[in-house]
Design a binder for this molecule. Structure first.
Ligand code: FES
Ligand code: FES
Length: 160
């Protein structure tokens, strides 16, 4: 038996028919909505590559079923900015070389975004703890932490 899923993603409403009850939210975003910015690595909640925001909280979309997102508000990496207009966090990842292959980057950005929205004055320790559930095989994390720290500083400058 399939079901309909109605969800708002990056400000746009989607009404999607015929969703299998066992379909993961990560696969739903990628395969049914075409939002392939959300990456899938381990598919069991370890790597963090699939992190998105659901009703304002960071969530591993491989640990949630698509049907559980019915009626919810989702933000994926596509909702942060665009290649022409990066948001501050994305711009700081570029500035600080916070990515190499880029596979982990959508999850790092969404976790970083959640962290900065909830803890605008996050310290390095807070950032490292916040990122502890996101794995990167390339950068060694220093540049990712530096990018998030710099985005926090720039956001707080703008707010003051
Ligand atoms: S793909 Fe979801 S945590 Fe790894
Ligand atoms: S930049 Fe390659 S896995 Fe993180």
């Amino acid at each position: 038996m399939t079901t309909n899923v109605s969800v708002t993603v990056n400000g746009e409403r989607y009404d999607v028919p015929d969703v299998e009850p066992r379909m993961l939210l990560s696969d739903f975003l990628r395969d049914r909505l075409g939002l392939t910015g959300t990456h899938v690595g381990c598919e069991h909640g370890v790597c963090g590559a699939c992190t998105i925001l659901v009703n304002g909280d960071s969530v591993r979309s491989c640990l949630m079923l698509a049907v559980q997102s019915n009626g919810k508000e989702i933000v994926t990496v596509e909702g942060l900015g665009s290649p022409e207009h990066l948001n501050e966090l994305q711009a700081q990842f570029r500035e600080h070389h916070g990515l190499q292959c880029g596979f982990c980057t959508p999850g790092m950005l969404m976790t970083g975004e959640d962290l900065l929205r909830k803890y605008p004055l996050a310290t390095d320790e807070d950032i490292r703890e916040g990122l502890s559930g996101n794995l990167c095989r390339c950068t060694g994390y220093q540049n990712i932490v530096a990018a998030i720290r710099s985005a926090a500083a720039k956001r707080s400058e703008k707010a003051s």
